[in-house]
Design a binder for this molecule. Structure first.
Ligand code: ADE
Ligand code: ZN
Length: 326
């Protein structure tokens, strides 16, 4: 339809995308074969049959083990290259991509191989598809604050390749405050900051308050529960904070897309953006997410265009480079 073509053609920035969440079953098989790894599932259909998530925890239980096929710098390069190619085909011009180094260093893969492979893909994709890729190092919140700090220290020699620091994985029992010192250090090193405030988590409002008031993030990932608290909505608006929402992902980790919340926040003037989160697992890249939300909430092209404009305004492009898209 017209709306589908419009959503694909709109120049977009993607701001909430986990590179490890772009591992399609076909690439998983190719990497397993290359690395001599025997997988339990033998066909793409068998792999997809394991994607019966009903919450964040059940998703993460499939997500982390799948990363075992990623071993060499070339594997990480191939993963990011495939994503950037796909993203460019859906109208993405700029992607600020999360990566989870601890999910790899904790099983013996050197940090240098992870970031080296991703960096190589970014350079190639820029030349071949005209898409600009950037990296956000994401801390796994279910590991310790000490491991987080050690990972930040390991990343410092690669500072020029990393835009910012994020926080993901299981939020329950792992509030933002646990990582206050790590994020303060990252800020002092010049990193921009963002954190996941996942949907309907226990203590969601308190965690959102911590990321805005205490950690002083530059963006919030998900964060749509802020709709329950007018004071925090006004504070976020006053600061022009971006929110990276993920409609299709929401429908997997909760029982709905949360379209009412997303659209309410957009219409209250928050810098709401639409993103794909873990597209290989949730079955939709960024334009698919624009279309899914538009169909669910009956949005027209003006509001889709607003969401796309927001994606550049909430991006961490420098003002000069950002204005080229607006
Ligand atoms: N890791 C990958 N995707 C995630 C999400 N949506 N929430 C928390 N951790 C994640
Ligand atoms: Zn996420």
């Amino acid at each position: 339809t017209d709306l589908v073509a419009f959503a694909h053609g709109l120049p977009k920035a993607e701001l909430h995308l986990h590179l490890e969440g772009t591992l399609e079953p076909e690439l998983k098989f190719a990497l397993a074969a290359r690395n001599g790894i025997e997988l339990a599932e033998k066909t793409v259909e068998e792999v997809r049959a394991t994607y019966n998530f009903h919450d964040l925890t059940s998703f993460l239980q499939v997500y982390y083990p799948a990363m075992g096929v990623l071993q060499t710098a070339e594997d990480f390069r191939d993963l990011a290259y495939a994503y950037l190619k796909k993203a460019a085909s859906q109208g993405t011009r700029h992607a600020e991509m999360f990566f989870d180094p601890q999910a790899h260093t904790s099983r013996g893969v050197p940090f240098a191989h992870v970031i080296g492979g991703y960096r190589q893909a970014i350079i190639e994709a820029r030349a071949e598809f005209g898409i600009q890729g950037e990296l956000i190092l994401c801390i796994l919140r279910d590991f310790s604050a000490e491991f987080a700090m050690a990972t930040l220290m390991e990343a410092l020699p690669y500072k020029d390749w990393i835009l910012g620091l994020g926080l993901d994985s299981d939020e329950r029992g792992n509030p933002p405050a646990k990582f206050a010192a790590v994020f303060a250090r990252a800020k002092a090193e010049g990193f921009l900051l963002t954190m996941h405030c996942d949907i309907d988590q226990e203590g969601s409002i308190e965690n959102i308050r911590q990321v805005i008031e205490d950690i002083q993030v530059d963006r919030i990932d998900h964060g749509t529960n802020i709709v329950e608290n007018d004071e925090l909505v006004e504070a976020a608006k006053a600061r022009g904070l971006g929110f990276t929402t993920c409609p299709i992902s929401n429908s997997f980790v909760t029982d709905q897309m949360k379209s009412d919340e997303i659209v309410a926040l957009l219409r209250r003037g928050l810098k709401v953006t639409i993103n794909s989160d873990d597209p290989a697992y949730f079955g939709g890249y960024v334009a698919d997410n624009y279309v899914a939300l538009a169909e669910k909430a009956d949005l027209g092209i003006e509001e889709l265009a607003q969401l796309a404009r927001n994606s550049f305004e909430a991006s961490w492009l420098t003002p000069f480079r950002r204005d080229a898209y607006l």
